[in-house]
Design a binder for this molecule. Sequence first.
Ligand SMILES: [Zn+2]
Length: 281
Amino acid sequence: MKFYDAHNHLHDDRFGGRQAELVAACRGAGVARMVVNGSCEADWPRVAALAREFPDLVVPSFGYHPWYVGERMPRWRETLVEFLDRTPGAVVGEIGLDRWKPGLAYHGQEEVFLAQLRLAAERDLAASIHCLQTWGRLLELLRTTPRPARGFLLHSYGGPAEMVAPLAKLGARFSFPGWFMHERKARQRAAFKLVPADRLLIETDAPDQLLPDAANANPLTDTSTGKPLNHPANLPAVYQFMAELRGVPLAELTAQVEENVRRLFTARVIDTVANAQTLPA
Ligand SMILES: [Zn+2]
């Protein structure tokens, strides 16, 4: 069985340089591909390096996350364009809007988000969107801004169940993290029961969004702080949970998610490879 991680941060510092080890464990667990999201300019070279090192596994994604927009350099957009242009198969993310994080300024977030959404739309690249407590405004902006024709991902969708249908109409995909397996996340699980099968994706968001201990087959700690980290090889456990939540056989879910990932993220990669093979050397 092949598993696809729609959203993680394999480049994250907290992994302490153990990426090759994590990748080996992921391959052993059946992880076929993962979308690795850089969240600010400092991340992008590391995401590009992982894509070069593990080209069959890593889908590189570059974006400015709302938590870091205050740190952006004057030429951030040009730098982003360079990474998108130079990295084969690159997509856009993590981008978004956040009114939840205490002390985080909202000012500037929309401008940066919209500039990146437009880039994704112009190039028809998938965009991975983070949204916390800004759902109404996000819907409004998505309705009035060009969007990628292939669609976009609402990672760790935690918005209202009633918004699944209007967002899906605009091209949204919804990815479910292991974090929503915690008992108290019943509201989020209820929303995921309403996600159309062809719009459903699964993610780890590793090293964040740790799943419950009972399901954590890959305990991992941040060696500098001693805090627990989510291992990207926990992905199959999240699939298993989702299959049970939606009452579908695991094999059916994996086949559906594979197709959903291919359509949103990797069709261009496959096309690029196919084209490259037919081009003269
Ligand atoms: Zn993330």
